[in-house]
Design a protein around this ligand. Structure first.
Ligand code: THU
Ligand code: ZN
Length: 142
């Protein structure tokens, strides 16, 4: 992962976050994924009155699928919180599984968390979702 790709991911996730529709939680999240093709796809959380929401990471992954079909995801950036807080917002359990679906080697998928001021920390998906279940358990290609 080079620094330019990290910056591209951060800018895309920070920008899309402005469009998050989160009137119920007030918690806006922006996410961006880097596909193996080098393209970046962004998504924001979308809430509704019955509280069944789609998450920013799901939005970004859906954009990738709609644009280029399924491809391996090499990195994801999540932007949330306020400048100066120390919150580390990582993909929720369901979103970790969505990411896992698109990389059969979770230690190679880098998860970045950022505030509006910049990147705060990174992990591998293996760190966040060890011993994961995935397509290979069903004899499918990721
Ligand atoms: N949220 C995300 O967009 N991604 C996550 O993985 C964690 C939670 C959103 C969903 C909801 O709109 C708000 O954050 C509060 O849970
Ligand atoms: Zn989630």
């Amino acid at each position: 992962m080079n620094q330019k790709d990290v910056e591209r991911l951060f800018q895309a996730a920070r920008a899309v976050r402005q469009n998050a529709y989160a009137p119920y939680s007030g918690f806006k999240v922006g996410a961006a994924v880097l596909s193996e093709t080098g393209a970046v796809y962004a998504g924001a959380n979308v809430e509704e009155a019955a509280y069944v929401c789609t998450h920013a990471e799901q939005g970004a992954i859906s954009q990738m699928i709609a644009s280029e079909g399924a491809h391996r995801i090499d990195a994801v950036m999540v932007v949330a919180g306020e400048a100066g807080d120390s919150m580390l917002v990582t993909p929720c359990g369901h979103c970790r599984q969505w990411l896992r679906e698109h990389n059969d080697t979770p230690r190679n998928l880098i998860v970045y968390t950022a505030g509006p001021e910049g990147v705060r920390r990174s992990w591998t998906l293996e760190d966040l979702l060890p011993y994961s279940f995935g397509p290979q358990n069903l004899d499918k290609e990721a």
